[in-house]
Design a protein around this ligand. Structure first.
Ligand code: NAD
Length: 290
């Protein structure tokens, strides 16, 4: 397939490299990032998009997605599919899809879970919104870049699934960290705490797969001085997206709201910026008063 790939940063770079490695013809464009092996360099986003059957974007936020969509949609060939894999607000995802569809293109929002490790290994999970026809066109590419692609519904459904998932993740990580902090103060050994909770009703991905306590559970950023992994500021971005969506949809999400406020404090006023989102655990060593 002829593919345009725009945004070749930490995630997009290895995703595009995997598509090229699988034999697809990939034209890439990024403002700063170098082209990965096998990816041809286009002079602009429009040039990368022109003539492609599928154009994939992997960009930092919704404002940038809207700007790139405005540039590439007129350059794309009729019937091609515009597939955005960035994590952005539901409104921007829908706006980009409406613009693409109005120009006779297919459109998908297909954010991912799995991080840089998953992007490199080709084991991402894609959560996808858009038409079944567009999903079927891009499915073989999802199968190269990932291990699972779930068609969640109409445009915006992929972003909705992503921010709901990450709201649960933010809340359970905080709950897991504060429970460890309480266990510490109660004199409970951290390994014993893990042994009990990881096989009891308090278990979660945060405890079992990404344990925030160093030396306990499988390897995680806690074992590497809380170097990300998944940076606290990215978790804050996703929690803010979930709160923005909750506001727009009039949904009641008090735990999500509190998690967003705690990560905001951690990133903006404490030492959380640049650290993994599980570094909430050392933060809870000290009792914080409002
Ligand atoms: P990144 O900052 O490493 O990459 C983004 C790239 O987009 C950069 O190379 C930047 O130069 C490029 N870019 C910005 N504006 C551009 C433009 N107008 N035209 C062309 N290129 C442009 O970020 P990342 O970690 O690769 O994340 C990308 C997206 O994936 C984000 O939406 C993020 O939330 C999401 N995501 C990241 C992770 C992760 O673990 N890093 C996991 C899941 C989802």
């Amino acid at each position: 397939m002829k593919i345009g790939f725009i945004g070749l940063g930490n995630m997009g770079g290895p995703m595009a490299a995997n598509l090229a490695k699988a034999g697809h013809e990939v034209a890439g464009f990024d403002l700063t990032a170098p082209m990965p092996d096998g990816v041809g360099k286009a002079a602009s986003a429009a040039e990368a998009a022109a003539g492609a059957e599928v154009v994939i974007t992997m960009l930092p936020n919704g404002a940038i997605l809207r700007a790139v969509a405005a540039e590439i949609v007129p350059a794309m060939q009729p019937g091609a599919v515009f597939c955005d894999c960035s994590t952005v607000d539901v409104e921007s995802a829908r706006a980009a899809a409406v613009q693409a569809q109005a120009a006779g293109l297919g459109a998908l929002d297909a954010p991912v879970s799995g991080g840089v490790g998953g992007a490199t290994a080709g084991t991402l999970t894609f959560m996808v919104g858009g038409s079944a026809e567009a999903f079927d066109t891009v499915k073989p590419l999802f199968d190269i870049m990932g291990q699972k692609a779930v068609h969640c519904g109409v445009s915006g459904a992929g972003q909705a699934a992503k921010i709901c998932n990450n709201m649960i993740l933010g809340v359970t990580m905080i709950a897991t960290c504060e429970a460890f902090a309480l266990a510490d103060k109660l004199g409970l050994d951290r390994q014993k705490m893990f042994d009990v909770v990881s096989t009891s009703s308090g278990y979660s991905w945060s405890m079992n797969a990404y344990c925030p306590a160093p030396g306990v559970g499988p390897q995680s950023p806690a074992d590497n001085g809380y170097k990300p992994g998944f940076a606290a500021e990215l978790m804050l971005k996703d929690l803010r997206l979930s709160q923005q969506a909750a506001e727009a949809a009039d949904a009641d999400t008090p735990m999500g709201e509190l998690a967003a406020a705690l990560y905001a404090r951690f990133v903006e006023d404490e030492d959380g910026k640049g650290r993994d989102f599980s570094a909430m655990l050392p933060r809870f060593k000290k009792r914080h008063r409002p």
